[in-house]
Design a protein around this ligand. Structure first.
Ligand code: F6P
Length: 405
């Protein structure tokens, strides 16, 4: 029977554990018995709070180095036992940062092939967000948040000083963990697992994504473009109906734009959800209409007919004077979605966006022709529920004004 070790590689906050969980969950869904062996968890059990201190990771700290190697060996032993028994895939979740450590893995685990999966995350915004998240883990409970961040950054520096990319190992792939892209690889040919793992890493992976458009504003009623209005009375009752409709649904993350109508809509959803994490992502701000911001469509038609003509001729590529086009929006919304999905790591996620933003987001899952994107229907009393995993693709539009579903 074919069996496989997958050894994650990457600096702290590069997305390794998220991808390790994705590999386990997806392969398990395919009926492949997969388990994760996490060095960090074992380290916390064995070494306790001493191992939170950044100095534990200093390459010249012999005691720390030996202990970490013992933990790595113990985890390899557990992974080997899992494959000796019923297990089919064992995922070693650790930084495995140096060539030396990876050689130790290849030399120790010789019964089945080892595939190294290196995670790269070079997005500074995500790195900072991941570091902040780590600083809130129980491991740092006795630290003030800023001290925890400083300590974690020092730990990363130590790892960076010994880090080398994969390349000399026999089987490996290098993954941009934010963009879900395989950057380069040395494939394990003939393996039934390799194509499955490659596919799940090379695709966006969304278990439950809810795309919501903010509730109605007076600007919407007046046909005004952009701005930063609050919700109208009808908008508030839409947001309330939405929150009631979503009662009982798990929502782990809510991403908003930086606009008040998006925050206000989210605030209804957040009632009675103390554990839900919220983050404003500027990439989800509505299309910038430049000189036309705050104007009525009718006014634009009258005072700036060239804008209306330009949009009618090619709405996707037309760029508002001093503002943006849908084509430009595509870039930033894509970046925002990648950041959101990376941070939520497959958990249940809501994005409270705007008309143009939701068109772009939806088009990413529906593979719409670009010329049709700026005309997609995004009503304010419906939301979209999206699932996109290798095994399941679903985009459904659900009305919420009628109460709970
Ligand atoms: O009208 C509401 C709105 O969100 C505006 O703020 C935005 O400019 C517009 O929708 C985007 O839609 P369209 O590109 O069709 O004008």
């Amino acid at each position: 029977m074919q069996k496989l070790y997958v050894a994650m590689v990457g600096l702290p906050a590069s997305g390794k554990s998220t991808l390790a969980r994705r590999i386990r969950d997806d392969l398990t869904g395919e009926g492949i018995r997969t388990a994760i062996f996490n060095n960090g968890e074992m380290r916390r059990r064995v070494a306790g709070p001493d191992s939170t201190n950044a100095e534990f990771y200093a390459p010249d700290n012999e005691e720390g180095r030996d202990l970490r190697e013992q933990i790595a060996l113990k985890n390899m032993e557990e992974a080997r036992r899992w494959l000796e028994g019923v297990g089919q895939v064992a995922v070693l979740d650790a930084t495995n940062a140096s060539r030396q450590r990876r050689k130790l893995i290849e030399d120790t685990l010789t019964d089945y092939p080892v595939l190294f999966v290196e995670c790269l995350n070079e997005d500074p915004v995500l790195q900072e967000a991941c570091i902040r998240r780590k600083a809130n883990l129980p491991e740092y409970a006795t630290y003030a948040v800023d001290d925890a961040v400083t300590s974690f950054k020092a730990r990363i520096k130590y790892y960076e000083s010994i880090y080398t990319h994969v390349g000399e190992e026999k089987y490996w792939m290098q993954v941009d963990s934010m963009a879900n892209r395989i950057m380069s690889e040395s494939p394990l040919e003939g393996s039934q697992f390799y194509p499955a793992i490659r596919e799940l890493l090379a695709n966006s992976w969304v278990k439950n994504l809810y795309l919501i458009r903010h509730g109605q504003t007076d600007f919407n009623v007046e046909g005004r473009i952009g701005g930063d209005p609050l919700l109208s009375e009808k908008g508030r009752s839409q947001a309330d109906a939405l929150a009631r409709h979503m009662e009982g649904k798990v929502v782990d993350w809510i991403f908003t734009s930086t606009r008040r109508r998006s925050h206000e809509t989210a605030s209804y959803l957040l009632k009675n959800r103390p554990l839900t994490q919220v983050m404003a992502i500027p990439e989800f701000d509505e299309i910038n209409a430049g000189l036309c911001e705050g104007m009525r469509y009718a006014e634009v038609r009258e005072k700036m007919p060239e804008v209306t003509r330009g949009r009618n001729a090619d709405k996707f590529n037309y760029c508002y004077p001093g503002g943006e086009s849908y084509a430009m929006l595509l870039q930033r919304v894509q970046r925002g979605l990648r950041r959101a999905l990376f941070l939520s790591g497959g958990a249940s996620t809501v994005i409270v966006g705007h008309q143009a933003i939701n068109r772009i987001l939806l088009s990413m899952f529906l593979r719409q022709r670009t010329e049709d994107i700026p005309y997609m229907f995004v009503p304010q009393d419906h939301y979209y529920h999206i699932e996109a995993t290798p095994r399941r693709k679903l985009v459904e539009r659900i009305p919420y004004s009628q109460g709970r579903r």
